[in-house]
Design a protein around this ligand. Structure first.
Ligand code: PNS
Length: 168
């Protein structure tokens, strides 16, 4: 297969931290694309619980056995990252109707900024339809059981982070 026929896509997000819902969307995307790059946003204006390096390390460890999954970072406009990396497709997960309005706005704004691009929406498994990184952090902060929401690595990283930062 030549490089031109490789179907590739970008899965952008904050991933603070990556949840089982994100992983479900990523795995679904692998049935449609040959190569998927998880692009973690570096947003200096937004406080995240995990540093960029920590988020990257966690994601890399989860997908270590998936040669078709790459991990990268971007800052600024997503469309600029797409142009720079020669990509035209992004993947976004949809959990519920409530996600749609923002995703619709983002997809059309991105397309206005870069007409060649498309957003592919994938529905998460219903069992993750309520899940978000914010909810996971909130449950972890108060010592709740997050074992069904994130991988063991993420769970341990969260518990460590909560203890280190004296959040609990
Ligand atoms: O995981 P998230 O927080 O829902 O991801 C949102 C993200 C990072 C994909 C989105 O905020 C983004 O693309 N930010 C980069 C800035 C940008 O390009 N904005 C214009 C499109 S609205």
């Amino acid at each position: 297969m030549t490089i031109d026929t490789v179907k590739k896509a970008i899965y952008p997000g904050s991933f603070d931290p990556i949840t089982n819902g994100h992983i479900d969307v990523l795995k679904r995307s692998l049935t449609l694309f040959d190569e998927v790059t998880i692009a973690v946003i570096h947003n200096p204006d937004k406080t995240s619980l995990f540093s960029l390096e920590e988020r990257l390390a966690i994601i890399e460890s989860i997908f270590v056995e998936y040669p078709q999954v790459h991990v990268d970072t971007f800052t600024g406009l997503l469309v600029d990252y797409l142009k720079k990396t020669n990509n035209t497709t992004i993947i976004r997960g949809l959990r519920a109707v409530s996600d749609f309005e923002f995703e619709f706005q983002m997809a059309l704004t991105n397309r206005k900024l870069y007409e060649k691009m498309d957003t592919v929406f994938l529905m998460t498994d219903q069992k993750y339809s309520y899940l978000s990184s914010s909810i996971v952090k909130q449950v972890a902060r108060y010592g709740g059981d997050i074992s069904e929401f994130v991988t063991l690595d993420v769970q341990e990283a969260l518990e460590k982070k909560m203890m280190k930062d004296h959040v609990i």
